[in-house]
Design a protein around this ligand. Sequence first.
Ligand code: NAD
Length: 359
Amino acid sequence: MKIAVLPGDGIGPEIVAEAVRVLQALDLRLELETAPVGGAAYEASGHPLPTATLELAQAADAVLFGAVGDWKYDKLDRPLRPEQAILGLRKHLGLFANFRPAICYPQLTHASSLKPELVAGLDILIIRELTGDIYFGQPRGRRTAVDGHFPGAEEAYDTMRYSRPEIERIAHVAFQAARKRGGKLTSVDKANVLETFQFWKDVVTEVHAQYPDVKLDHLYVDNAAMQLVKAPKSFDVIVTGNMFGDILSDEAAMLTGSIGMLPSASLNAKNQGLYEPSHGSAPDIAGQGVANPLATILSAAMMLRFSLGQSEAAGRIEAAVQGVLEDGWRTADIAGAGGRKVGTREMGDAVVARLKAQG
Ligand code: NAD
């Protein structure tokens, strides 16, 4: 099992180092190879996604990714900015399905902005289509309006579009994920206004015929946004397009209180995937040894489950993380009302110790 390890910038190297230690504590036959990406790669070779890094990622079964970016690169031409490395990896690996679980651990309910009873035990999964929709549709640009409310005025426009195969493949991924969880899928659209999302709803409904054991319902995106803060536990798996998923997955992330706890996975048709924490490179705390490594450690667990067929090992990591929270270990971002405040390395140590204690 080959894993490309791309630590990146800011806190990336610190948190990825802990995830690697956790993987190495599992006694699996893993081949890990590290390469620079993002600003670190730009510094080393003048490009955020060097050919050697891309080739390593393409040859691997999975990519473990830290984070990229720093304000100091904001003046670079867009193709040279660190964030372009993620877009390049998504494109070249064909990563069309983004998985973002939002889990609220009982010990961390105080960190949520919602009342504890609304989020205690929350465990939902948002599946976002990642390579289509208005973010990639052509044509797009600026021009002089020929019609509309102000003919002759300067205007900008984008194109929202989804093809049948694009909707079918994300729907299959979502139904299969729902089947392995609570058996309930909510498809989020805006079919009342948008042609693209009426088509989305029609195709998802057709694919449902192949998954009679999964309960499907449909919500308009505005209602879904409300329900996520009103009754988040009413969801199991949510599937939606690129733009709605972008917004709803961040909303769901906040229900759990800390971005430092949230893993993510982006998969292609061969189950090859890129696994990364949902947060960025946090330049404000980089190098201080205080970042929470748990989102990255939980991303490594997702990698074992989804790309490497090692569900048992994934479950062991998740149980170890649950265990360290029960024991009261807290990095600064989740310290809240109490617990024992530790740094990145100590949190990694605690997870490794819990894993070893499992025998
Ligand atoms: P961020 O997620 O890096 O940080 C937001 C806040 O959360 C900061 O206060 C940070 O200290 C805190 N935080 C983030 N991760 C944490 C952790 N593991 N433990 C404790 N605290 C944590 O978002 P930002 O500040 O908007 O962006 C910083 C840089 O990251 C930018 O250059 C941005 O482009 C980049 N970014 C990269 C990715 C990615 O690599 N996938 C995603 C988002 C942002």
